[in-house]
Design a protein around this ligand. Sequence first.
Ligand code: NAP
Length: 558
Amino acid sequence: MDRSPAVPTPSLILPRTREREGWGPEPGLDFDAIVIGAGVSGLYQLYRLRELGLHVRVFEAGSGVGGTWYWNRYPGARFDSESWTYGFSFSQELLEEWDWEEHFAGQPETERYLNYVADKFDLRRDIQFNSRVTAAHYQEDTSSWEVTLGDGRRYNARFLITAVGVLSAATMPRIPGVESFRGQSCHTHYWPKEPVRFEGKRVAVIGTGATGVQTITEVAKTAGHLTVFQRTPQWCAPLHNAKISHEEMRRIRAHYPEIFARCQETYGCFIHATDPRATHEVTKAEREAFWEKLYGEPGFGIWMGNFKDILVDRQANALISDFVARKIRQRVKDPVVAEKLIPKNHGFGTRRVPLESGYYEVYNQPNVKLIDINETPIERITPTGIKTSDREYEFDIIIYATGFDAITGAFDRIDIRGVDGVSLKGKWQDGPQTFLGILVDGFPNMLMVMGPHAGLGNFPRAVEYTADWVTGLIRFAHDRSLRRIEPTAAGAVAWTDHVIEASEGLLFTEVDSWMTGINRNVEGKQVRRIMRYSGGHPAFRKRCDAVAADGYRELTLA
Ligand code: NAP
């Protein structure tokens, strides 16, 4: 059941056709652009660059397209965005053709969708699968990037575009004995393609983030016995998923323009917009009624559509936290277990809120046990199970839902070197420094789609904007025969300062989570950093649009 990253194997470089004349790799270069990753961002970036007529190669570690939706096939995996806001918006034909089955699609449906997109736009011919990029070095003499694959093959291109995802570098816990376990074990990210059966099995899940919550809910349905090892409980809220009927899909399709326009206006590109009222502006009864309504509605409304001050004002945050705590107490029968499931070290919404479908009720089942590892820490994994400070548990299966070296982790795992061989990992040691979250000074012609300092949120909505911006910049460079694009050091400092400033006063910056760059399983990731832009997507787009409208004069162009 263990599934380690795909071993790179040679794959055929297929002949290609040109959509537009006038482009082509210069002598000595293999491609105009190399894209790392064939997930949501890589697929769309490829589509756009190909429209320009560029000679592009995408290198993808997996054997199929989808990125997050290729790898994370663990039980219960699904997204918390409304499906009909998550799909690509760039093609009317695609919008006409694709019917979403559920309001919040599961991994199989999303993977099917991304495969459909890849086939419809004939994207695979420029994607080289089973090809993990291990190094990318800037070559000053040719103003190009040389990319090395796991099998040693090298390719070069004028532009390097990273589409490596935000949560793609999975991390195992640093617990002694992990390798010694003789049963089946797997990190959720590397879940095998073949089904895993839990009937009659003694199963352990370590980790209770959004992934753990989904996995636990699903595994509890069939496992002989499930033991959950929890370090930090989460503030979860109901997803309220449902099937989409034909009639409903017809109505959604008719409203796509309004839906996407709405996503453009909101802070996180979701359909949920912050309520303009402050928590204390309404009566207690109105507040409770509003929160009851949000708790009963599908999706992120309770997080993204709540009063404007719940994520900045401690008192407001304490009130909504108290509301959700009451819900947990109502749903979990054993009061001792309920208290263990209520977070005490952070307020509601200051970490990413996992949406759930019956998670709390799982703990009312006789086949499920919750272990708080703050009370009885895990000492080691043994050949037969898990040893905590008070006893040894035997398991047939151990599932590690232990998360990711988020945002910069996927960059750190590639030896990326810019001018004078400076390493990106070294440059970002004390936190990322970027210009618009897209460019890095000292790393000319490297463009990041959803790198650090990008705004998080409804991913494809942000991807479409960023990849379009990147495409616009490359078109600008080509039209003027520019060979080298780089932000100024001053520009990168100013943007990084702005990103830090935008996060000030937000309660999430005071909390340890992957969003603040914490991963206790990774050396050097124990100090909080500002990893994402918190000014909201509309402000981000406004700033990026201004740079483009000004003829990219803020960049150094040569
Ligand atoms: P995560 O939120 O970082 O959670 C990792 C969990 O593992 C935490 O409970 C963590 O505890 C625990 N853990 C890590 N190391 C441990 C150790 N050594 N011993 C015991 N416990 C340990 O990761 P994730 O659940 O994979 O989710 C990451 C993000 O992916 C989510 O926040 C979300 O953005 C995205 N995601 C989205 C969906 C969706 O759309 N529905 C689903 C899954 C994931 P601590 O909290 O104490 O560190």
